[in-house]
Write a protein that binds this ligand. Sequence first.
Ligand code: 13P
Ligand code: SF4
Length: 324
Amino acid sequence: MSGTIPSAASLYQRVQRVIPRVEWAAFSDDVEAILALKRERNAVILAHNYRTPEIFHCVADIVGDSLALARKAMTVDADMIVLAGVHFMAETAKLLNPDKTVLIPDLGAGCSLADSIAANDVRLMRQRYPGVPVVTYVNTSAAVKAESDICCTSGNALAVVESLGGERVIMLPYEYLARNIAAQTSVEIIAWNGHCEVHERFTPADIRELRDAYPGVTVLAHPECPPEVVAVADFAGSTVAMSDFVGRHKPARVVLMTECSMSDNVAIEHPDVEFVRPCNLCPHMKRITLANIRTALQETRHIVTIDARVVDGARRAVERMLAV
Ligand code: 13P
Ligand code: SF4
């Protein structure tokens, strides 16, 4: 890596709209240390859109939704990848970069959705619906991916389902994503009952109240929200699709029905848009902090490994998705 390392003071300019100066004082030392460590260790940081702004805007090299992170993980030119996201994202980065050291700063950064299903559940679904292809959301363990035909993300789920060319698919593990996709296709979708603890809590009543309190507000919902919420939103799409929508349409007022940090990160890019901010916090995403990213780089921890028995199957399912 070359070029001068930006100072913490210059980086503060990027985030001053959402981080008060007094809070920044607690971040600047870690930001400077992380920028120096990245260079020393030839490391890059991949950060999901739900990262807090001091990570997303100040130390990350690659940012995006789950699909973008998976795609961009393949193009990384570094010895080490630090995944500022949750465990399944780090596993996906490792699947696509078997020769690189992939680190997750906190092993407890899991996902309620990934925890809702095990490899044996997929085998049971196959027995119950013989011959029906299995599409698995990337928010799953490598062991579950290995039992699947193909993966999908919220950004490509419809395209993946339709790429299979059949009349039926099993779509695991998120019930609401499966129902939201079923509403857009003639392919019959057989769902599982896994849920995201962040998005399942949004309700149509929330949207009604927001529209009453903030006249004219444009409501964008993540496809992990319940179908009744998506039905009354103005637009539904992945985290990147929501961000692109704001850039393209420049609504005067917008609300993002998704994890809290999204609004902060998108608001920084669009100072002319007013963000209404009811949101639900993902406790798993929030386990990743500047402090544990710094420790991860200093101490090379925690190294992500994937069981040799599932690695080839899981990689095949992810690569098949990326080819769609
Ligand atoms: P996307 O960023 O792919 O839309 O996913 C949202 C999510 O919940 C990731 O955990
Ligand atoms: Fe999992 Fe939901 Fe958190 Fe995403 S937001 S990591 S799906 S619990």
